[in-house]
Design a protein around this ligand. Structure first.
Ligand code: SAH
Length: 358
């Protein structure tokens, strides 16, 4: 049993921005109790409120292709899943998603997809330019997997502002447990480095409870985040998809996910931290719980119905309720009841907010 004094010492060090050792992270993970978790959620919420105010940022998620050349063991749209009905949106459909989103009040669009060979850099570049031309006041986020540095450079040049590429796990062995041999942690990390150097607001992140994950692996993830200092961090529970090699594995723990959100908020006070769709899928009011644990972003779905139905990364992925863009009013209400306002600006990563004094 971790003593109160020891636990509190580690929380204090974390809050004061000290670099935590492996041992200190272990204390925080192993010392988790219900009371301590609730306490950290309040602390994390207070930090988030000081930095960004009582505001939650919204991003319009456009899942534009479920073709993928990769074969990640956890993912429902992996190449090897022959049950998937594949789709890709046309350029026109993507633009109409943005227009609908813009009218609903979205000022950030996130284009996410599998690694689809049809969407070459030339095509993506053209898409990015087109969207930034029509919506110059909006931020554009890409989440289309691994590419070479030169390709990322061209997309940045074309106007993309942010890039989400979860590292998935910072432990080499665990990475190999989740991915086929042609994918490596080394390359994933190289991609993240390039993105950051090119000036993207960069998002890393990982699943909680993915098969084979240990507490030591989570410590690796936290140490990596502390070192990499991403502008965004995506964390959600692993949820099995029946037509993948992990179809019979257990779902990740929702409470542990919430706890990690709180730790990450304390570690990176300015981070843009989504309450993810996976969190909303794994638990009733999961996204609201994420906000209460320190998250400050939600990503409602702007994709057309046929895309949503077929972009099934995991079983039972939400696609009709408050996570959908049409559900924005309901989302505003449920966040409003918690005391949060849905922000209408781009919600860029911001490290110079004056109100923040630690
Ligand atoms: N091709 C892009 C987008 C991947 S999908 C890329 O490689 O970055 C976005 C995220 O969904 C992944 O990074 C992964 O962490 C998450 N995901 C995939 N399958 C999942 C599952 N079964 N349960 C929970 N999250 C999953």
């Amino acid at each position: 049993m971790v003593e109160d004094k020891v636990f509190a010492g580690c929380v204090k060090a974390l809050k004061e921005g000290e670099e935590l050792s492996r041992e200190q992270w272990r204390v925080l993970l192993e010392g988790r109790t219900r009371e301590r978790q609730d306490w950290l959620a309040r602390e994390a919420s207070a930090v988030r409120d000081r930095v960004y105010g009582k505001r939650v940022f919204i991003r319009g998620l456009i899942e534009f292709t479920n073709y993928c050349k990769n074969n990640c063991y956890y993912c429902g749209i992996r190449r090897g899943n022959s049950c998937v009905k594949r789709f890709r949106l046309t350029e026109e459909e993507i633009f109409s998603c943005c227009r609908m989103g813009y009218d609903l009040g979205f000022r950030t669009f996130v284009l996410q997809g599998g690694e689809d060979l049809y969407f070459t850099v030339d095509r993506l570049e053209k898409l990015v330019r087109g969207i930034k031309e029509e919506f110059p006041q909006c931020a554009l986020t890409l989440s289309v997997g691994e590419m070479g540095r030169e390709d990322y450079r061209r997309l940045r040049e074309a106007g993309a502002d942010r890039y989400l590429l979860r590292h998935e796990t910072a432990n080499r062995k665990h990475y190999a447990r989740l991915h086929p041999p042609e994918l490596s942690l080394g390359h994933r990390m190289e991609c993240l480095m390039s993105l950051k150097e090119l000036g993207f607001q960069t998002g890393a992140g990982f699943m909680v409870g993915s098969p084979g994950q240990t507490a030591e692996n989570l410590i690796d993830d936290l140490l990596f985040l502390a070192e990499f200092q991403p502008e965004m961090v995506g964390i959600g529970p692993f949820i099995p998809h029946k037509d993948t090699p992990f179809g019979d594995k257990a779902e990740g723990d929702v409470r542990l996910t919430l706890y990690l959100l709180s730790l990450v908020r304390l570690l990176l006070p300015y981070v843009l931290l989504p309450a993810t769709t996976a969190l909303g899928t794994a638990a009733n009011r999961g996204r609201e719980a994420g906000i209460c644990a320190g998250a400050n972003v939600v990503m409602p779905n702007l994709s057309p119905k046929r895309a949503r139905e077929n972009y099934q990364l995991y079983d039972n992925k939400l696609f009709t309720g408050k996570e959908a863009a049409e559900g924005l009013e309901a989302l505003k209400e449920s966040l409003g009841a918690l005391g949060y306002l849905v922000a209408v600006d781009r919600g860029d990563y911001c490290k110079s907010i004056e109100s923040f004094k630690s």
